[in-house]
Ligand binder design. Structure first.
Ligand code: ATP
Length: 453
């Protein structure tokens, strides 16, 4: 099916939308596809339903039906039954009583494959937490125990925890790693009590080498869970097993946390993550774009990094939004397009059109590299786009003739000539007229209906 889809849409579109989709199987005659969020769900319904039905038809389905379901928050990045790749580092068999090899593989699968140290951009906002996590990964149970990482939402706490998990599982494949949110820990406990399976529950949590617990602030007010966690903590700690906890606030600010737990959380190292500075945000965007093989100009990344300042998850979301927007409207990346894509979420910013934006749009319109247009070629196929580019730059930016000349490696009289030439052809030469109109529309795309997502 994906083969069929891929042939019918652009690569960027394919990577943005289809790479993360999970096959959830057939339910009541309909093929169910798992998508990341309700935005994607809506998008798929509107834009890809027909294509997907066609794909099924091409495979012989007579009455194809496709529906979309939002994956639970963490599941979209995990290995799914539809993912053909086997989990890495298949672990050896475990001693009797402990978790089975399969359990261990399951545990590792809970680590998001993207959340590694290599993919973590270090900046002044997170370098202490990063160094502490590295220290713990190098000598688990010895360096700092527990390691307590706190910070606001979406700043990389989970990412760092998983990075330690990956690092350990690569270096010590037989170590047992458990990643759990406080909510799951609580639910597991409730189920264990209900099903009379406390021994299994304790075995599971007390036999690990690395315990990663996310959002520990949710222990507040849950006495029975705190009690159980206290014993889990002690059992691991006494056996020199590593514990890493994350929270949105430091232990002293977690209300109704038992004193004995709070003091244990303070035994090791407490470190925080702050909001990233501008340079770190740009670096994160750049890495993300490369990761997803999206070729997006630096100035567009800079615009996004200026808009989203507090939360890295939102920063990544903004990038994906720009990519989706530009791909679905079939316009190349530019600052204006990015501003439009983000305008529903963020206050619109004054976006000045740059010479480079115009050149890129013209290049894409005529399907030739920007450098060729700026180069010295004199054949008509290159000269016309060059003149059109100079004409549009003069019209849409504040740059003077000498500045435009410099940008093209020519003097101002050549630019003047180009502008006169295009002005003359407008209304007479059909190709030049439609090209200029179309490009102008795209560059001023801010009010264009075609650009409304
Ligand atoms: N320094 C970084 N370099 C690269 N990506 C990062 C960095 N920090 C965070 N991210 C990315 O930002 C997103 C959110 O990070 P993460 O889920 O770890 O945040 P969190 O602090 O655990 O948030 P929450 O409190 O909501 O659980 C992830 O996709 C993560 O990969």
């Amino acid at each position: 099916m994906l083969g069929y889809v891929r042939k019918n849409i652009s690569e960027v579109e394919y990577h943005t939308w289809f790479a993360p989709v999970k096959n959830l199987g057939v339910q009541e005659g309909s093929l169910v596809l798992g998508v990341r969020n309700s935005f994607a769900q809506e998008w798929f319904r509107k834009h890809y339903l027909e294509l997907l039905e066609d794909a099924l038809r091409s495979l012989g389905a007579q009455n194809p039906q496709v529906s979309f379901q939002v994956l639970p928050a963490a599941q979209d990045t995990l290995f799914s039954p539809a993912d053909p790749s086997p989990p890495p580092n298949r672990p050896p068999p475990s001693p009797p009583g402990g978790p089975s090899a399969q359990d261990q593989a399951e545990n590792r699968k809970r680590l998001n494959p993207k959340y590694t140290f290599e993919n973590f951009v270090v900046g002044p906002n997170n370098n202490l937490a990063h160094a502490a996590a590295m220290g713990v990964a190098e000598s688990p149970g010895k360096a700092y125990n527990p390691l307590f990482i706190y910070g606001d939402v979406g700043l990389g706490k989970t990412h760092l925890m998983h990075a330690v998990g990956h690092y350990m599982s690569e270096r010590f494949p037989d170590k047992r790693i458990e990643y759990v949110s406080t909510e799951s820990f609580t639910n597991d406990l409730i189920n264990a009590i209900r099903d009379d399976k406390m021994t299994q529950f304790r075995n599971r949590y007390r036999s690990v080498d690395l315990l990663l617990v996310d959002d520990i602030q949710f222990l507040a007010g849950k006495e029975r869970t705190q009690e159980e966690f206290f014993h889990t903590f002690n059992a691991l700690y006494e056996n020199h097993k590593q514990i890493i906890l994350s929270s949105d606030r430091p232990p002293k600010d977690i209300q109704t946390l038992e004193g004995r737990l709070r003091s244990r959380f303070e035994w090791g190292l407490i470190t925080d993550i702050q909001s990233p500075e501008y340079e770190t945000r740009v670096a994160i965007l750049k890495m993300n774009a490369e990761h997803n093989r999206i070729d997006i100009p630096q100035e567009v990344l800079e615009l996004i990094a200026r808009q989203v300042t507090k939360n890295i998850r939102e920063l990544e979301g903004a990038l994906m939004r720009v990519v989706a927007f530009s791909s679905l409207n079939n316009v190349p990346f530019s600052r204006a397009v990015a501003a439009k894509a983000l305008s529903n979420i963020f206050a619109p910013q004054e976006v000045k059109v740059e010479m480079m934006d115009v050149l890129r749009q013209v290049a894409s319109h005529y399907n030739m590299p920007p450098d060729v247009i700026r180069g010295s070629g004199r054949v008509r196929e290159v000269v016309v786009p060059r003149q059109v580019a100079q004409y549009l730059i003069r019209e849409l930016t504040d740059h003077s003739l000498p500045e435009i000349g410099q940008f093209f490696g020519r003097d101002h009289s050549t630019v003047m000539h180009a502008i006169n030439k295009v002005t003359e052809q407008l209304g007479k030469d059909q190709d030049v007229t439609t090209s200029v109109e179309l490009l102008r529309r795209k560059m001023q795309g801010l009010d264009d209906e075609d650009l409304d997502a």
